[in-house]
Ligand binder design. Structure first.
Ligand SMILES: [Zn+2]
Length: 560
């Protein structure tokens, strides 16, 4: 599979429609990057209103283009790139999204539930243990797991983007509980009846319990009068725990939007013309546009917003007092979330800037959620996203960014919680080597640097034998020094030394350490304060040596 650097060039992605000569240049606004096979892009098509979500899960790419002009589902054609399924023709449907191209990405099963009520955690880096609303996707035996998984991520993307676009509280965001096969056999006919049957099915109920899901969505190839449905909203007045089951027909051509629409029904959102349920729970139709839960689905007319009198789209307010599904989502998210008990699945993130300047220091923070504290951390760094090294173990990790020509730097964080759950998370960081060359601007963490880099000098550089590190320390302190090579491998790990307040000179003997000639990065740490400098080691050139200022290296005061 192609790495992201090849997928995205110059902040753009090009998607072509084979046989039609259509070409779409996507302006990428945001990248959520895990590794070369797992990432998510958000953007627009050119300067248009078409919004784009493209997700790669284990290399299988899918997504949606959505806007007033037309809509497409983005499907993976393996090594041939991506294909778009236009809304107005179903001709190619069987050729891609629903036909199971590639190998099934594994879906991580939810670990067994732990019994404990989590202790209050004084640590700010631990988020309260509240998972998002969990959605389980079920597929019968005539639907491929690849297509089921692809649709699941796309439905979640569209749903969550609609929540975010609409200013709805984050408590309404959904996450994947699983994509699993069910023994339930869809019957076809009236799709609301199918959803009701599903809610009464023992296998569907058991899978929902096993995967700790709040909501369940079934894919079906059967024919229905509608492309999606939930147990009749008029009768059951969602949200209702026992009826939180939706069905989406794979005969529909905009499955991510249909899926997100049906999940919204399960919160209590109704159509623009429904007259039951909450008095404000109506979708909204204006100009040529339909909000997500409005009924209209003409090509390109659907927008990823809930009806909302406080939001405008294209110059028009998107709702009024009786058309405010955003309020439904805000009001009812807690009820949906409480359908199942908290599953306590460990999760974690890296928090810190997504871009920065080479050799400047940035602080990254581990954020943990659920599992059982205390947590242990393992940080690793990479310049190619493949070969990682390093052994940071703190909740904070200081990094001097560098790159090997492709401007990318990768951080990997592994979190282990006391109940033996493990989660790994990644961050890709864009590294600029010149702030004035028009690259994306980096954001320097103001609290990560106490000593200005200018106050820290290395002489001689290049060095043939040893170098002197000259700097001012504000107080007496213990510092730690590391030397890494340009591949990020630590070569002289964790040497500690004491320095005085004021000017300090530390001598580092490179030739005694068995280093081969080349470029190295020397890093001096104290708590969250880090200085990093490049050293060029050229042992053949000359023999002038700098006398050591300390005999037992790094353990005695070296002030001058
Ligand atoms: Zn509907």
């Amino acid at each position: 599979m192609r790495p992201i650097a090849e997928v995205v060039s110059d902040n753009r992605v090009r998607i072509t429609v084979p046989g039609r000569g259509e070409r779409y240049d996507l302006d990428v606004k945001r990248v959520e990057y895990s590794d070369p096979l797992n990432y998510k892009l958000y953007g627009t098509v050119g300067g248009s209103l078409l919004s784009v979500i493209l997700t790669s899960r284990n290399g299988t790419k899918g997504g949606i283009l959505q806007g007033p002009e037309r809509s497409y589902e983005i499907c993976d054609l393996g090594s041939d790139g991506q294909l778009l399924l236009p809304h107005e023709t179903d001709d190619w449907k069987n050729d891609f999204c629903a036909s199971g191209i590639g190998s099934a990405p594994p879906v991580r099963p939810a670990p067994a539930q732990t019994e404990d009520a989590r202790q209050p955690e004084a640590n700010a880096k631990v988020q309260p243990c509240t998972s998002g609303i969990r959605v389980l996707f079920l597929y019968p035996n005539n639907v491929s797991p690849v297509s089921a998984t692809n649709h699941a991520y796309n439905i979640i993307d569209v749903f969550n983007q609609t929540v975010s676009n609409s200013g709805v509280a984050g408590t309404a965001l959904v996450e994947l509980a699983g994509v699993v096969q069910t023994t339930y056999q869809p019957l076809g006919g009236i799709i609301t009846s199918e959803a009701l049957n599903l809610s009464n099915n023992a296998n569907a109920q058991a899978l929902r319990t096993q995967h700790k899901a709040d909501l369940v969505l079934l894919y079906s190839w059967q024919g229905y009068g509608d492309f999606g449905g939930v147990p009749s909203p008029e009768i059951y007045l969602h949200p209702v725990n026992a009826r939180a089951f939706a069905v989406v027909s794979l005969n529909g051509s905009n499955i991510p939007v249909i899926g997100a629409h049906e999940l919204s029904h399960l919160f209590g959102c109704n159509h623009n013309d429904d007259n039951f349920g909450l008095p404000y729970a109506k979708g909204f139709v204006f100009s040529i546009f339909n909000t997500l839960v409005a009924k209209g689905n003409a090509p390109g007319s659907k927008i990823l917003y809930y009806s909302n009198p406080n939001k405008s789209f294209n110059g028009s307010v998107m709702g009024d007092a009786t058309h405010n599904n955003a309020k439904v989502m805000n009001d009812k998210a807690a009820i949906v979330k409480a359908f199942r008990s908290e599953p306590n699945v460990l999760n974690g993130w890296v928090n810190g800037p997504y871009s920065g300047y080479e050799y400047q220091i940035y602080t990254y923070e581990a954020i943990s959620r659920c599992g059982s504290p205390p947590y242990t951390y393992q940080w690793q760094e990479s310049t190619d996203g493949i070969n990682y090294s390093g052994n940071g173990t703190g909740e904070f990790h200081n990094v001097g960014l560098y790159h090997n020509g492709n401007h990318q730097f990768y951080l990997k964080l592994k979190i282990t919680s006391s109940d033996a759950q493990v989660v790994e998370t990644w961050m890709q960081i864009w590294v600029d080597d010149d702030p004035n060359e028009g690259y994306r601007r980096g954001q320097q963490e103001s609290d990560s640097l106490s000593m200005q880099s200018d106050d820290f000098t290395v002489v001689p550089n290049p060095a043939s034998h040893s170098v002197q590190l000259i700097f001012n320390a504000p107080t007496v302190r213990e510092l730690e020094l590391n030397v890494a090579d340009m591949a990020g491998r630590t070569r002289l790990p964790g040497k500690r030394f004491q320095c005085n307040a004021g000017r300090n000179v530390l001598t580092l003997n490179l030739s005694d350490e068995g280093l081969e000639p080349g470029m190295y990065v020397v890093t001096v740490h104290h708590d969250r304060q880090v200085i990093r400098k490049k050293i060029l080691y050229t042992p053949e050139k000359s023999h002038e040596d700098i006398p050591l200022c300390i005999a037992a290296r790094f353990v005695q005061p070296c002030g001058m």
